[in-house]
Design a protein around this ligand. Structure first.
Ligand code: ZN
Length: 298
């Protein structure tokens, strides 16, 4: 008796998950190309929610076996993340960002490269990389914080659940390119580098309706070929960083405070909430306001 009942329950859960996924796609009929990524079966969709133990910047994504499906995970993945957590007390309040003074990009056939935007305006920039770990709290947190963020997404890390990032995009996040496979580009041939950059931008353009114009090389490792290929792929600029955030701790490359124009790097990791709030608090402590990187690049 027990076995058939369990089986029936599993089938019901799977049907529910598939129906919800389909519903999601159907609700965006004008959104063209979810279909060129095979729709993940419920079990794979569940693994998108499960935290991956791998460090997202340290290693390219492995095709990790799907986590065991559970009702909770399937529901969380397919529907909107659970609402109701109020981060209010932990979120600093910011002045509105000033109207951006755009940088003057250098002439030539190389993409510009910045770890700090040259500006006197009291702003800093939050950038979030990779996409392997898809914590459901991120959406509410970004919405409640009400600050601009730029996501440098790696195709192989997000192809199992592109819709997770569509929800972040709908909340105001801007999606930019970070290669297909996350291999280090420095020293690689022009063709290899160009393929990683162009293909990732094309794919993101198909998925999210806007082709990226900014690029971050994996591990921050680049050479002039990277900047040439970035330029040729339509990238206006590429970026390193001045601060990194991990496990709720901000690490500074220079000094111990965020400077005007600094680009802050964090990742989609298990402690997304702590990292994001640590970045906000560091910006607040420096008397700055989060601004949108794209607003500063012509
Ligand atoms: Zn990365």
């Amino acid at each position: 008796m027990l076995i058939p009942r369990l089986r029936a329950r599993r089938i019901a859960a799977a049907v529910l998950a598939v129906a919800t996924l389909a519903g999601c796609a159907a609700s965006k009929p004008d959104h063209p190309k979810w279909t060129d990524t095979a729709a993940p079966p419920p079990a794979v969709a569940s693994s998108a929610v499960a935290a991956s133990p791998a460090s997202s910047e340290a290693a390219p994504p492995s095709a990790s076996p799907a986590a065991k499906p559970s009702k909770t995970q399937a529901t969380t993945t397919a529907a909107a993340p659970p609402a109701g957590v109020n981060y209010g007390d932990r979120l600093p309040k910011f002045d509105r960002a000033p109207k951006a003074d755009k940088v003057h990009l250098p002439e030539g056939n190389l993409a510009a490269y910045y770890s700090r935007i040259p500006t006197d305006q009291p702003v800093a920039f939050i950038t979030i990389d990779d996409g392997q770990v898809k914590r459901p709290e991120a959406l509410d947190l970004i919405k409640q914080a009400g600050v601009p963020v730029t996501l440098f997404l790696m195709i192989d890390a997000i192809r199992n659940d592109p819709q997770y990032f569509k929800r972040l995009q709908d909340a105001g996040a801007v999606i930019e390119a970070h290669t297909v496979t996350h291999q280090s580009l420095r020293g690689k041939s022009y063709n290899v580098q160009r393929k990683e950059i162009c293909d990732s931008a094309d794919k993101l353009g198909n998925w999210y309706g806007r082709r990226p114009v900014l690029f971050r090389p994996p591990y921050g490792e680049k050479d002039d070929t990277t900047l040439k290929a970035s330029h040729d792929c339509g990238m206006h600029a590429a970026f390193f960083w001045k601060e990194t955030v991990d496990k709720g701790i901000v690490r500074y490359q220079q000094g111990n405070t965020v400077q005007r124009g600094d680009i802050i790097l964090m990742h989609f990791r298990d402690r997304f909430v702590d990292d994001f709030i640590a970045a906000l608090q560091a910006i607040k402590a420096a008397g700055l306001t989060p601004a949108l990187l794209e607003d500063y690049i012509p």
